[in-house]
Design a protein around this ligand. Structure first.
Ligand code: SF4
Length: 456
């Protein structure tokens, strides 16, 4: 909870990068090539909402058009802060230049894009990690307990009928594991724990607003096991259907317990609904090389276990390891598709600034592509020893078609409805039907929703 010490607060605007078209980034669209698919659009910036919820004095802009951004700059700001990702670097720099031309006092950088050392000198200040505590003193505040803002998203269809509405939850932010390719430990290697009080407050808000589905988007749910156990109890108390992003080694030990918890509840279909797991690769030696510290067989076993209970699965996979060849991928990708995962995210290995992998690739092979738009996990930006860069778009297209064909969303829907019946009988089926009506009745135009929390 924040405490205000009386000083004149500076005028600070934090913004994401500007959007170029009406379509926001769509996660499923970025990882499929199927004409029939669901949509999972990015409609808000989680990081900026955390900041606004905890430091109400600052203003935020989410995905403005260029014109909206320009207009906003004319209002006069002491500081403009840009929150961006690596592939958005060029747009961020354009926005820096526009802010300076508009006479803004200082321009700051935050989010993962700020880790790119090559562009850090374009900013007056660079914030690394989750910045509520670092920023609060600028506004004469002290933050004792981070307040979790409401973060509400939906799953859409091509005909604009929303299928589901869910609340996003962060229980810890950051990860200490240190996989060689991952920027999270560079961004924040000591996980910040969101207090149970704060988590319960936002769960209560979701419930009051008819939202019964919660997605835990921690990079590594369960990295603090005791805290995770308490969070699961809270989710159970509020009767939520929930899923999480977690490592297979943690999940494997928990799936049976969570499934049993759900069975014992006998309460419609509330309980654990599925998980997103980093498979990364099907070859153990490649997992060892990237310091994943997990066994391939154990990861696959975890996926099978989730599927045994009819639970949802999202799998993250990488191609473009130095040993990969076109022929080896032709063998691996069909094996990946055979796992029948609901959504398979396939990324081309991209050296991310300040990670051990970046240094290794830069020294050994060299990064040739300096257009940051291509540093998005979908292009080969370094000199791969066996596969020319121009082959990767074709390989990705083919891989997405293998892992997500037109019937994949139908298979997923069948699983969801079947599971609802399996766990909740007819009332379970009614509950899933209610998701659709709730998602479409929800007032999506209400804009920035924040919690009202009394100052203590
Ligand atoms: S890949 Fe996952 S487990 Fe590994 S460092 Fe990143 S967040 Fe942590």
């Amino acid at each position: 909870m924040g405490q205000v010490i009386s000083i004149m607060a500076p005028r600070v605007l934090f913004t994401t990068i500007y959007r170029k078209g009406p379509e926001p980034y769509d996660y499923i669209g970025a990882n499929t090539r199927s004409w029939f698919r669901y949509y999972w659009p990015r409609i808000q910036s989680f990081g900026l909402r955390f900041l606004k919820q905890n430091i109400p004095e600052l203003e935020i802009l989410e995905f403005p058009t260029w014109e909206e951004y320009q207009k906003k700059l004319q209002e006069g700001w002491d500081v403009v802060g840009l929150s961006f990702y690596l592939s958005e670097t060029h747009e961020a720099i354009e926005m820096v230049d526009a802010a300076r031309s508009a006479g803004v006092g200082e321009v700051w950088a935050g989010n993962y894009g700020a880790l790119t050392t090559a562009i850090q000198d374009r900013f007056d200040k660079v914030f690394v990690g989750y910045s509520e505590h670092q920023l609060a003193p600028y506004f004469g505040r002290q933050i004792k307990d981070i307040i979790h803002p409401p973060l509400i998203e939906y799953l859409n269809t091509p005909i604009n009928v929303k299928l589901n509405i869910y609340g996003v939850l962060f229980t810890t932010r950051g990860c200490p594991v240190g996989c060689k390719f991952c920027q999270t430990p560079v961004f924040c290697n000591k996980p910040n724990i969101i207090s149970l009080k704060s988590i319960e407050r936002v769960l209560a808000y979701y419930k009051e607003n008819g939202i019964n589905v919660v997605l835990i988007e921690d990079e590594n749910f369960g990295c603090n096991r005791r805290h995770a156990d308490e969070v699961v109890k809270l989710l159970d108390k509020y009767g939520m259907v929930w899923g999480c992003m977690a490592r297979a080694d943690y999940l494997r030990k928990k799936i049976d317990d969570w499934a049993e918890m759900r069975r014992k509840n006998g309460r419609h279909i509330a309980g654990f609904g599925g998980a997103a797991i980093g498979i990364e690769n099907l070859h153990q030696e490649r997992l060892d090389d990237i310091k994943k510290k997990e066994g391939t067989e154990d990861i696959l076993d975890t996926i099978r276990k989730l599927q045994k209970y009819g639970l949802g699965t999202v799998g993250y996979y990488m191609i473009g390891f130095e040993e990969d060849t076109i022929e080896s991928l032709k063998v691996d990708i069909p094996k990946l598709a055979a796992l029948k995962i609901d959504i398979t995210q396939i990324c081309v290995i991209t050296p991310l600034p300040q990670t051990p992998l970046w240094k290794e690739i830069e020294e050994k092979y060299g990064i040739w592509d300096h257009d940051y738009h291509n540093h998005d996990g979908k292009h080969m930006v370094w000199n791969h020893p066996n596969i020319p860069s121009e082959e990767f778009p074709k390989i990705l297209d083919w891989s997405f078609k293998q892992t997500y064909s037109w019937y994949t969303p139908i298979r997923t829907s069948g699983r969801v409805w079947g599971n609802a019946y399996r766990y909740g009988g007819l009332s379970g089926v009614r509950e899933v039907a209610a998701y659709i009506s709730r998602a479409n009745k929800f007032d999506w135009n209400q804009g920035l929703r924040l919690l009202k929390v009394d100052e203590e």
